[in-house]
Write a protein that binds this ligand. Sequence first.
Ligand code: DON
Length: 553
Amino acid sequence: MRFLVFLLVSSALARDPVRTRKVMVVAQEPIATDVGVEILRKGGNAYDAAVAVGFALAVTYPSAGNIGGGGFALVRTARGESSFLDFREKAPAKATRDMYLDSKGQPTRESVIGWRAAGVPGTVRGLAMLHAKYGKLKWGQLLAPAIRLADRGFEVSYALARGLSSAGAKRMLSGFAESERLYRNGGKLFEAGDRMRLPELARTLKRIARRGPDEFYTGETARILAGEMARNGGLITGEDLRNYRAVERKPLVGNYRGHELIAAPPPSSGGIGMIHMMAMLERLDYAKAGLGSARHAHLLAEVMRRYYADRSFFLGDPDFVKIPLARLLSAEYAASRAGTIEPERATASSALDHGVIPPEESPETTHLSIVDGQGNAVSLTYTLNGGYGCGVTVPRLGFLLNNEMDDFSAKPGTPNMFGAIGGEANAIAPNKRMLSSMTPTIVTRNGKLLMVVGAPGGTRIITGVMQAILHVLDFKLNMQDAIDTPRLHHQWKPDTLYLERGWSPDTVAILERMGHKVQTGIASVANVHGILVEDQWLQGAPDGRTNGKAAGY
Ligand code: DON
């Protein structure tokens, strides 16, 4: 009897991750995860698998998987070398600072919906760079599963059918004939078990497989895309496509309680945020806070409040604005900012501004994490920004375009779709990259791979990824529990502490007494997908809030 009680209790509190010995693929959509495993079984490495999963998600996960968007890939090879591939979209050359303001100077919906919301897509260049620098198999082999899925069709899952029937999908896709044709089943809603075929996308992918990434940027695909843009009032030209380059950057490196954090540099606001917030938490003895306690939530909320104030002031495209990186990441700055946190009292966001850094001495997406048998690791987050991007499917090409332009501050000081307030540093300029929150991250201990994590979730990505890491490092949870445990989020403005379902009402009451303006019952603070290496086993964990899948062998 006692044993039975133990079993019942433990299964109610915890979920085992998927455990394998050699390789692990975690992605937000099961068919795509299986594509990754297929590529690894054929002798591909983690990078080959990531490219194949990236293309597969463009078919099976239309709200965020894409070739019409952009993203970041963080690489750490078995030899311990790391690199960051930036294939973030760029503003078209015709973009102007006030392009999304009406005659009264107020932001319009044009940054979110329709042809003008799209930035120049980077995904195909990014995946090609990942393949060229780190892959082993042939490019065509990596596109073959996606082509097969688009051509022959695949079974619509419950999750996809539900997504496509949501109010959000209706809002974004209605009015765009090609999107309605492809993502409605002969005018009716798709149901679980129906087959979805995407023949135009299959043809586009076949050309990219045959001719390489140049097909997307200078070939027939580019010509059709630029032509449709011109016909529909969009800004992206053939020249914008021709000029687009993915960029290899140096990852940021930080430390937390003896662990090395390999993190995303600008134009991501994620790495700086995570490293700086974790430096404040280390000083505040967060590890001793007690999981789920009011102190735990308070310390997180206060470091988040401070960082997001800084994010909105200091951060933008590093190729356009000078970011005081070293000073923002310095121990002194973390100490001085952490010093303003009161142990028992919430700081009002209205009383807080960005920090004064020491003088210079001389901000719908999807994620995949993969580890291969050699120990190569990749953490890749890519996006159309909102679910189904700007709603537009390019006729004859079969893919959805992003609405990433909304990640710029259309009007500095006014919130975007994630409620994030941007400043001058993230104002629109031609060819500039919009600030991102995407935070692909790798954690090592004593030079050995420990964790590969990342997430979709807008501005909540940074705080979501950070909490999954902290739940492992500080509270010793397995990868699945670390991800499934309820999270919270604060982003300075609005001055609201968002708590997911599952926080104790007692904790909530204490937080309110401390002055926090709490909103409970939030469905998700990001969707984290991760891999933890422990005792020679790989623990694979898709976020329990999603329909994701971990698999390997
Ligand atoms: O780059 C960014 O920060 C956003 N475009 C991410 C959007 C996102 O995560 C939406 N998904 N839930």
